[in-house]
Design a protein around this ligand. Structure first.
Ligand SMILES: Nc1nc2c(c(=O)[nH]1)N[C@H]1C(S)=C(S)[C@@H](COP(=O)(O)O)O[C@H]1N2
Ligand SMILES: [Mo]
Length: 322
């Protein structure tokens, strides 16, 4: 993963997220929207964009697992500064290109070490549990971070429905792999589909969120619609987007970034300021959306979720198991 400069693209988002924005942010967003009116027109005219614009609101309940006391990263940054290599490698590419993704119909199939393989429809999953709003810090391995109000429920709720066998020790997650919708797949040398994995106890941890939305709405395509993971104590690349397959296995599954550079991206990928990336420091991070002089901040062990998750790793050498 290279550190790239964000593309200086105008906002194409006009829905004021006034419930979350203070007046000043609101004015800035409105001004950006006016400047981006041409872009917006194109987006609204695109047939898939209009079809998917229906029913975007999610009813959420507040979760006690939500992080408090942090300023939320503005919606505009969360949805225009993305990593989603299926839609290009630039930070601004996914927001420009991910309208190509069709999120209905959508199913998630479950196989491997389970009682019997199953397929879940996305609309069944949406209704399976109460949708919770969870504010989490989001730390990319590239040393930038955000604070995002996600909507979803604990992955453990879903795993229980999958009825894994006791022989299942890990879970693998696979993203959509469709060069017709995601032609950038042919240009980027990662092993496709994008694959990620968790040890079973990590997957069952209540903080691990099966995510359907952000800012009280369904996920924008560029953020991994219609269903993704969010694992707040791990680097962002573990948070696999646009999931179509979940596989229960007995051995550590291969992962896209570990395949690409095993010395740079380990399987565990816990946020750890004491273990630098071979090409840059992980001691600090840049909080996207903050004024430039306030962006730099100290990175916390386990991204600040150590009280909840450190016990998963007792006795492990976190330098070896990075
Ligand atoms: N399928 C897929 N999932 C992915 C990625 C990707 O390129 N493809 N990028 C990862 C990385 S590096 C990060 S930091 C997060 C970014 O999520 P966000 O764009 O919603 O902030 O998604 C992760 N999930
Ligand atoms: Mo990332």
């Amino acid at each position: 993963m290279l550190i790239r400069k964000p593309d200086p693209i105008p906002s194409s988002e006009i829905t004021p997220k006034s419930a979350y924005l203070n007046r000043r942010q609101f004015m800035a967003t409105a001004a950006a929207a006016a400047a981006g009116a041409g872009v917006l027109g194109e987006r609204l005219l695109h047939p898939s964009a209009t079809a998917q614009a229906a029913a975007t609101k999610l009813n959420t309940v507040k979760s006690p697992l939500s992080t408090t006391g942090e300023t939320l990263t503005p919606y505009n940054d969360v949805t225009t500064y993305n990593n989603f290599y299926e839609f290009g490698t630039g930070k601004g590419d996914p927001s420009k290109n991910a309208w190509r993704l069709h999120t209905r119909p959508w199913t998630v199939s479950v196989d491997g070490l389970v009682k019997k393989p199953k397929t879940f429809d996305i609309d069944t999953l949406l209704k399976m549990r109460p949708m919770e709003e969870r504010v989490y810090r989001h730390r990319c391995v590239e040393a930038w971070s955000m604070v995002i109000p996600w909507a979803g429920y604990s992955l453990s709720e879903f795993i229980n429905q999958c009825e894994p066998l006791s022989s299942a020790k890990y879970v693998q997650f696979l993203s959509l792999d469709d060069p017709k919708q995601e032609p950038w797949i042919n240009e980027v040398s990662l092993t496709w589909p994008y694959s990620e994995g968790l040890r079973m106890d990590e997957a069952m941890h209540p903080l691990t969120l099966l995510t359907f939305g952000l800012y009280g709405e369904v996920l924008p395509n560029q953020d991994g619609a219609p269903i993704r993971l969010v694992i707040p104590w791990k680097y962002g690349f573990k948070s696999v987007k646009s999931i179509v397959k979940v596989r229960f296995v007995d051995k550590q599954p291969h992962t896209a970034w570990n395949d690409a550079a095993p010395n740079e991206y380990g399987f565990y990928s816990n946020v750890n300021p004491n273990v630098d990336h071979p090409r840059w420091s992980q001691k600090t991070e840049r909080r996207i959306g903050e004024p430039i002089w306030k962006q730099r901040r100290t990175t916390l062990m386990f991204n600040g979720y150590g009280d909840e998750v450190a016990k998963l790793y007792t006795g492990m050498d976190l330098r070896k198991n990075f």
